[in-house]
Design a protein around this ligand. Structure first.
Ligand SMILES: NC(=O)c1ccc[n+]([C@@H]2O[C@H](COP(=O)([O-])OP(=O)(O)OC[C@H]3O[C@@H](n4cnc5c(N)ncnc54)[C@H](O)[C@@H]3O)[C@@H](O)[C@H]2O)c1
Length: 437
């Protein structure tokens, strides 16, 4: 099938590459000309494991191309996916200007009957709004909602072996349903994973899933704070709770608060949509509030527990800048929040990350010293703060760190070093709700 993927970011590039991999003819379009030029040059502007190789293979096979001529790419397609950003507005609602723009372009440039698939995360009612925008087109535009559930860091396997594919389409739209079935056939061969529903339910499903996951994180972060007060250990509580099959073990890890481009904005947008309907989603609002507080936990711990409220001139090393491992995405990450406070308080910030340093350099230039070698970043540091649990940080050479650091203080934002006997080795160890050793 001829697919135009509008928006070539984390979602658009992965989805585009995977659809090409399964035999479709895909063009990824984007208004960011620099991004398209770099893709045409063979350079993938984001880090996602396996993506570069998959893109190269499908470009070579002539199944995948890139263009900044969005109108032309739309005119040539049977299926147009919308994978543009839907960032938060100041009032918490989702900014849908890019989605509207693409809908207008489809209305104007579609050259035949097309299926327009909303893959971006969009609030309930957007499908209906896009139908209104495209109603004037000379051709029939079938509007389908197909929210994306891939996780950065595992995006390709999530796309190729999804838990489920949610499709919101009209019951009587056999044309659109057939196109969606055929598109996802290769990844649903073993098991039918498509869950059909109405567009509004599909739109809501995405927000509810993200809010549910975020809620678990925020609750465990509150539990971790309680653990610290009462001498309990958040690791043990997590294991004790997560082995209950009704609860399950995932998303129960205490840490420095959730970040990324999705959870923070999606929870706010769900609360906003409910408020528009006169409903207060109190659990969702509290999840967001708890997270906002939690994102300050590392800076608070440094100040209150270890530096008597004075970070001026202290050399703080951060390991991990991406909002989670296996991505270069730093958007809304706890590392950025920590950096902000440290710089404002007059501390010297040094950092290392295997993939995300360029994105941090673009924000802070030389105000944050970035090192290709994680140990060099820790040289003469007054504290080492672990923010992202990349595998390579799991079992570092602690005796080397001890020698390198000015003060042997480890603030473990992901609790990956608790139980390593670090106090015996002469370190001060602090985690998030764990006793540690
Ligand atoms: N990143 C994730 O893990 C993830 C997962 C599931 C869903 N989503 C959702 O998918 C959507 C895209 O997210 P992302 O992380 O890929 O965003 P992104 O910022 O990485 O990419 C969006 C791209 O859209 C392009 N764009 C903006 N306006 C455009 C227009 N009018 N025409 C063509 N291109 C345009 C931008 O230049 C950018 O390259 C969002 O709604 C997001 O919430 C993201």
């Amino acid at each position: 099938m001829k697919i135009c993927m509008v928006g070539s970011g984390y979602v658009g590039l992965v989805s585009g590459a995977c659809f090409a991999e399964t035999g479709n003819d895909v063009v990824c379009a984007d208004i960011n000309e620099e991004k398209i030029a770099s893709l045409k040059d063979g350079k993938v502007p984001i880090y996602e494991p396996g993506l570069e190789a998959m893109i190269a293979k499908n470009v070579e096979a002539n199944r995948l191309g890139f263009t900044s001529d969005v109108a032309n790419a739309i005119a040539d397609a049977q299926v147009v996916f919308v994978a543009v950003g839907t960032p938060p507005r100041a009032d918490g609602g989702a900014d849908l200007r890019a989605v509207d723009k693409v809908a207008e372009m489809v209305a104007e440039h579609a050259a035949s009957e097309v299926v327009l698939v909303l893959k971006s995360t969009v609030p309930v009612g957007t499908n209906a709004r896009v139908r209104r925008i495209t109603a004037e087109s000379a051709h029939r535009i079938h509007v389908v909602s197909n929210p994306e559930f891939l996780k950065e860091g595992d995006a390709i396997s999530d796309f190729m072996t999804p838990d489920r594919i949610v499709v919101g389409a009209d019951d009587d739209d056999a044309f659109a349903r057939d196109v969606m079935k055929r598109l996802y056939h290769p990844v649903t061969l073993h098991q039918d994973r498509i869950i059909w529903m109405g567009p509004a339910s599909a739109e809501l499903t995405k927000y509810v899933a993200n809010t549910m996951l975020a809620m678990r994180i925020s609750f465990m972060n509150e539990v971790a704070s309680l653990c610290e007060k009462v001498g309990a250990d958040a690791h043990d509580v997590r294991r004790g709770v997560g082995t209950d099959k009704r609860i399950g073990a995932k998303f129960l890890y205490a840490g420095p608060g959730y970040g990324g481009s999705c959870f923070p904005k999606d929870i706010k947008a769900l609360v906003y949509v409910a408020q528009e309907q006169g409903l207060e989603l109190e659990l969702a609002s509290a999840t967001d509030r708890v997270n906002a507080r939690q994102k300050g936990v590392l800076a608070r711990k440094l100040k209150r527990n270890h530096f008597v409220d004075d970070l001026r001139g202290k050399r703080i090393c951060i390991w991990g800048l991406a909002f989670k491992p296996r991505t270069d995405d730093v958007r809304e990450g706890p590392a950025l929040q920590l950096i902000e406070v440290l710089l404002a308080e007059g501390a010297e910030v040094r950092a290392h990350d295997p993939e995300a340093m360029e994105n941090v350099r673009a924000i802070y230039q030389d105000r944050v010293a970035l090192f290709d070698d994680a140990y060099e970043a820790a040289r003469d540091a007054d504290a080492l703060v672990l923010v992202t649990e990349w595998r390579q940080y799991q079992n570092p050479d602690f005796s080397r760190l001890k020698q390198l650091m000015n003060r042997p203080l480890l603030l473990d934002g992901r609790n990956i070093w608790s139980g390593y006997g670090l106090r015996e080795q002469g370190f001060t160890y602090d985690g998030i709700g764990v006793i540690g050793s």
